[in-house]
Design a protein around this ligand. Structure first.
Ligand SMILES: *[C@@H]1O[C@H](CO)[C@@H](O)[C@H](O)[C@H]1NC(C)=O
Ligand SMILES: *[C@@H]1O[C@H](CO)[C@@H](O)[C@H](O)[C@H]1NC(C)=O
Ligand SMILES: *[C@@H]1O[C@H](CO)[C@@H](O)[C@H](O)[C@H]1NC(C)=O
Ligand SMILES: *[C@@H]1O[C@H](CO)[C@@H](O)[C@H](O)[C@H]1NC(C)=O
Ligand SMILES: *[C@@H]1O[C@H](CO)[C@@H](O)[C@H](O)[C@H]1NC(C)=O
Length: 587
């Protein structure tokens, strides 16, 4: 049954319908200075009004409920809204930064706001001319009691696949919050409750960040639906103290694959149209672990511009979709206001999280790496230097490609040598301490001291000569670069060769069998990386074990010895190649 409700937003002040559309940031252009990528909300409003008038003139042939006429007979600014029920299929939150073309601006910390998003699908077969009204409330407690700290209402419509993106503002920095969406026409229809948090203000003393507790980042990459269940997200949400979820790229994949054997056959076809992307993303968001992680805390992601990359929606790869689908497309599934199209390769986002750390998200996986280098020379290097001069303790760089110059006849040397060398030059020349590089993309685990290629004095035993540390994480599900589905013992045989190769002097741990993620926990003196191995991604479960734990002390710029405490539960350590049999969890 078609059910249409007349808009009455709980007070007697008429709200301009375009305001309600405009409050949904999903309609905006993701690109500063490119309004042509936004939706024309006036046009959408006109469509809604035309529909309303059609109803007024002749309602025969329609079976609408009788609706209260809050605005009398004047339909000019009062569209109908859907009241036939909503299905909140997925929700989450993320941290926004605005990137300016001005390369001296690295973004805005936004310590008092967070972006909330959901998808509110009308149940049944909605008319495309009827807007859906969604509200949110945000509270300082998980029971959602007391007065909400912020609330708002916005329209969505089929134009943006019924996605809603609203910014909760006027929040306190470094504080945990809980939020919920609801159907404006029926406050009993609500989304699941999501948890989120604001980040510390840039000037917060390091020992006061996160209320004085260590801050934990959970780091993911390469989550392919057909390759397995996204258990890694669920383990991070349920079994770690993750405060922020970081995705380094390949959040979704375009390919169809063959996931049927594990009940993960992707719908549709290889992605080509907006519809395809919506369908694929919707399918990804049926994974219970992915849903849990989006509801557990805010996400921060690398935005990849690689046209061969696959991520989309709130986070990533919008430019790729623009390139692929053409410029005329309107984009609803984007990260707020972000970048300029012609500034296509300068993508880094810097979060100043108190004086504890600068978290810089860097887009390294470009198809045109020469241009990338050009941009790195300006803004990104400045970001590292500025982080040092503002006395932040840690500089954490999240990016896609593995930095360590792995030598296995080039098979794993995926990083662009020139990017790596220039960054290491900059770190060395400017004596920048406490840099931790987080890498994705390689579908295997690697932990390394980072050594300048010109250094001949690096000592793999003590770490002397190291400039920084790299934590490269395996895929959430995508097949191992050692061979899809490779067993632990077979992967260890490859790791063994890699870690003893003198050309890989700085590679301290290699593990290629398990899918998973890692956490990075930071306080004022110590960074601790814990790698998590998933027991079985062929069904949904939260079985996992920590495969290795690494410590870096401030000022050391190398892994603490003995590396991983001398003992790992999977993979091969350089220092002690005879490890526990792989797969045997310690304890
Ligand atoms: C709501 O959406 C979920 C996920 O797409 C789906 O499984 C469920 O059937 C939907 N419920 C209704 C009432 O449409
Ligand atoms: C870039 O931003 C800085 C700092 O706000 C400002 O001083 C400078 O004029 C800007 N440059 C351009 C080209 O807009
Ligand atoms: C040192 O490294 C830089 C790049 O990082 C390179 O251009 C230079 O040739 C190297 N110098 C030597 C002596 O190898
Ligand atoms: C992993 O899960 C699949 C699907 O449930 C099952 O068939 C398989 O036996 C499991 N593998 C192991 C090693 O338990
Ligand atoms: C994670 O937490 C869930 C729920 O508490 C539990 O069932 C599961 O065994 C835990 N997994 C690990 C690896 O601790």
């Amino acid at each position: 049954m078609r059910a249409i409700y007349f808009l009455a937003l709980g007070c007697s002040v008429a709200v301009q319908a375009t305001t309600l559309l405009d409050r949904n940031l999903a309609y905006l252009s993701p690109f500063v200075g490119y309004p042509e990528f936004s939706h024309d909300t006036r046009e959408i409003q006109a469509r809604h009004i035309a529909y309303a008038k059609r109803q007024e003139v002749d309602a025969s042939g329609f079976t609408d409920d009788h609706y209260p006429t809050f605005y009398g007979g004047d339909f000019s600014n009062a569209p109908f809204i859907w009241s036939g029920g909503l299905n909140f299929t997925h929700s989450g939150s993320y941290h926004r930064v605005v990137i300016s073309r001005n390369t001296t601006l690295q973004g805005d910390p936004f310590d008092d706001s967070v972006l909330l998003w959901t998808r509110a699908v009308p149940i049944g077969t909605p008319d495309q001319s009827v807007p859906v009204c969604v509200s949110f409330k945000i509270f300082d407690n998980p029971q959602l009691t007391g007065k909400p700290l912020d609330s708002s209402e916005a329209f969505t419509s089929y134009d943006v696949d019924f996605t809603v993106k609203m910014e909760a503002t006027n929040l306190e920095p470094d504080t945990k919050y809980w939020y919920q969406f609801a159907d404006c026409t029926n406050s009993k229809t609500v989304s699941p409750i999501g948890a989120t948090r604001t980040l510390s203000s840039p000037d917060t003393p390091a020992d006061q960040v996160n209320g004085g507790k260590p801050l934990t980042l959970a780091v993911f990459s390469c989550s392919q639906f057909q390759a397995g269940y996204f258990n890694a997200y669920g383990v991070a949400a349920a079994n770690t103290s993750a405060d922020v979820f970081i995705h380094l790229g390949d959040y979704i994949y375009e390919s169809l694959g063959n996931g049927a054997r594990i009940g993960r056959q992707t719908l549709g076809r290889e992605l080509a149209t907006v519809h395809d992307y919506r369908q694929r993303l919707g399918q990804y968001r049926t994974d219970v672990s992915l849903i849990a992680a989006h509801e557990a805390g805010p996400w921060i992601t690398v935005w990849s511009a690689n046209p061969l990359d696959r991520s989309v929606q709130m986070f990533t790869d919008l430019r790729k979709i623009v390139l692929k689908l053409g410029m005329t497309m309107r984009l609803q599934t984007s990260p707020g206001r972000l970048v300029t199209v012609d500034d296509k390769l300068r993508i880094w986002r810097n979060f100043q999280i108190g004086k504890l750390l600068d978290l810089t998200m860097l887009d390294t996986r470009q198809y045109d790496r020469d241009i990338t280098d050009l941009y790195y020379n300006t803004g990104f290097y400045d970001t590292l230097s500025q982080s040092k001069s503002r006395d932040a303790i840690w500089r954490v760089v999240g990016q896609q490609i593995v930095f360590t110059q792995l030598d296995e006849e080039g098979a794993f040397d995926v990083a662009s040598g020139s990017i790596r060398n220039r960054i290491l030059d900059h770190i060395q020349d400017n004596k920048i301490d406490n840099v931790l590089i987080l890498s994705g993309d390689s579908h295997a685990n690697w932990v390394s001291d980072l050594v300048h290629p010109n250094t001949t004095s690096y000592d793999p035993v003590t770490g002397a000569g190291s400039l920084a540390v790299e934590f490269a994480g395996t895929a959430v599900t995508s097949g191992s670069s050692f061979g899809t589905g490779i067993a632990p013992l077979a992967a260890d045989a490859i790791s063994q060769v890699l870690v003893v190769d003198p050309l890989n002097a700085d590679l301290q741990w290699s593990e290629g069998s398990y899918r998973g993620f890692f956490t990075l926990t930071l306080d004022t003196t110590t960074a601790t990386a814990t790698y998590w191995a998933m027991s079985n991604i062929s069904n949904p479960n939260l079985d996992a074990f920590p495969s290795a734990t690494f410590v870096v002390k401030t000022g050391a710029n190398k892994l603490t010895r003995p590396v991983a405490g001398g003992k790992v539960a999977a993979g091969i350590l350089k220092a002690s190649p005879s490890v526990l049999p792989s797969g045997v969890a310690s304890g």
